[in-house]
Design a protein around this ligand. Structure first.
Ligand code: FA5
Length: 346
């Protein structure tokens, strides 16, 4: 019996050495020290052995069993370690920079929207306007109600709105809520501009994005007229383009202005002959504007017997497209470094 145990021990070592996977190791374990394994069957076969033999073989079997247990758990933990290492090797990512990349210079550049926005801010601050910034997440009151767009007003359909689940908050659909916020923090007379991102749930094309930029402007004072409005719009365009650009003014409807206008620019991508940016019309809607509706001024606690004003909502991305001859608005948000680097360097 002791010989048999010795043989078993050698056999066990050889088979465990060859076990490649966890499953192989567990199979060896079952074969030798499992309930129906080799050691158990030796012990069972000792029924008729002498007490002396039972004692020696029993002792040796137990010792061997313990040794096997130890060897099995060692093999299992080694195997586990190997598997983890293998996984790490497979998921390895090289986060070091190669020498060639380190040597290569990537000139940084301001985004064209930033460049034009800053120029416009300079133009307006030089004319006494202040610059305001406001939240992207708005409430119904500032985005609609205080702009004379009550819940039942058909003009709400013009704004494809991203609502939050509480149906009280939304991603602002235009920068016009800043008219309301500006009136909350300023006392007439005042004039300010507010650039920023706006969000609309609509299909994209060469001149439409879901996230784009507007620049709101508002001037409130005594005896403000449409002539004042047109003057500021002309200054803005002359400064930005550095040349005469052809524009047209036509009536436009916005519940928060009366009268309201659409100021379009002759498409500078196709020169007016028609393209995907101007939708073959030769004109691009750029700068809606108008005289602030008295009800909006009243929401802002402005004394309408004394003051009136104008407001405008410039489509900043479209202005950038016209200025640089960019024929698709989607380039502006592509994140492609080659696109950005064409505009400026630090
Ligand atoms: C408005 O958003 C009004 N709040 C503007 C306004 C302000 C009117 C103050 C009167 C007084 P509108 O939806 O037309 O209006 O958008 C203004 C400008 O944003 C457009 O003329 C256009 O240049 C630009 N624009 C509109 N939708 C998109 C879009 N999906 N992608 C890129 N630019 C857009």
């Amino acid at each position: 019996m002791l010989d048999r145990l010795q043989k078993l021990s050698k056999q066990f070592e050889a088979e465990l050495g060859e076990a490649a996977s966890q499953a192989d190791i567990l199979a060896v374990k079952a074969k030798y020290i499992g309930k129906k394994g080799e050691i158990s069957s030796i012990l069972k076969g000792m029924k008729d052995a002498s007490p002396e033999e039972k004692k020696t073989v029993g002792k040796e079997s137990n010792r061997l069993k313990q040794e096997m247990h130890k060897a099995i758990s060692q093999a299992l933990s080694e195997r586990e370690k190997q598997e983890i290492e293998e996984q790490l090797r497979q998921n390895r990512q090289d986060i070091s920079l190669t020498k060639s990349l380190l040597g290569q210079r990537h000139p940084a550049a301001y985004h064209p929207v930033t460049i034009v926005q800053r120029e416009i801010e300079d133009i307006f601050t030089s004319m006494g306007f202040t610059i305001l910034n406001g939240p992207h997440i708005e409430d119904d009151y500032h985005n609609f109600e205080a702009l004379n767009i009550p819940e039942t007003h058909p003009a709400r359909d013009m704004q494809d709105t991203f609502w939050f689940s509480d149906m009280k908050h939304l991603l602002r659909t235009h920068t016009s809520p800043m008219q309301v916020r500006g009136m909350e923090t300023h006392t007439a007379p005042f004039k300010f501009v507010c650039p920023g991102k706006v969000f609309r749930c609509e299909d994209t094309d060469a001149s439409h994005e879901m996230v784009f930029h507007q620049l709101e402007g508002m001037m409130v004072g005594e005896n403000i007229s449409v002539a004042n409005l047109i003057y500021f719009m002309k200054v803005l365009l002359a400064e930005i383009f550095g040349k005469e650009v052809e524009v047209r003014l036509r009536p436009g409807y916005f519940p928060f202005v009366e009268p309201g206008f659409e100021l379009d620019i002759k498409c500078l991508i196709c020169g007016g002959s028609g393209c995907s940016v101007c939708k073959q019309t030769g004109w691009v809607e750029l700068l809606p504007c108008g005289m602030v509706h008295p009800r909006v001024l009243e929401y802002g606690q402005v004394d309408t017997d004394k003051y009136n004003g104008f407001a405008f909502g410039l489509g900043l991305d479209r202005l950038v497209m016209m200025r640089y001859g960019i024929d698709d608005i989607r380039y502006l948000h592509s994140g492609d470094l080659r696109f950005g680097q064409q505009f400026s360097e630090y």
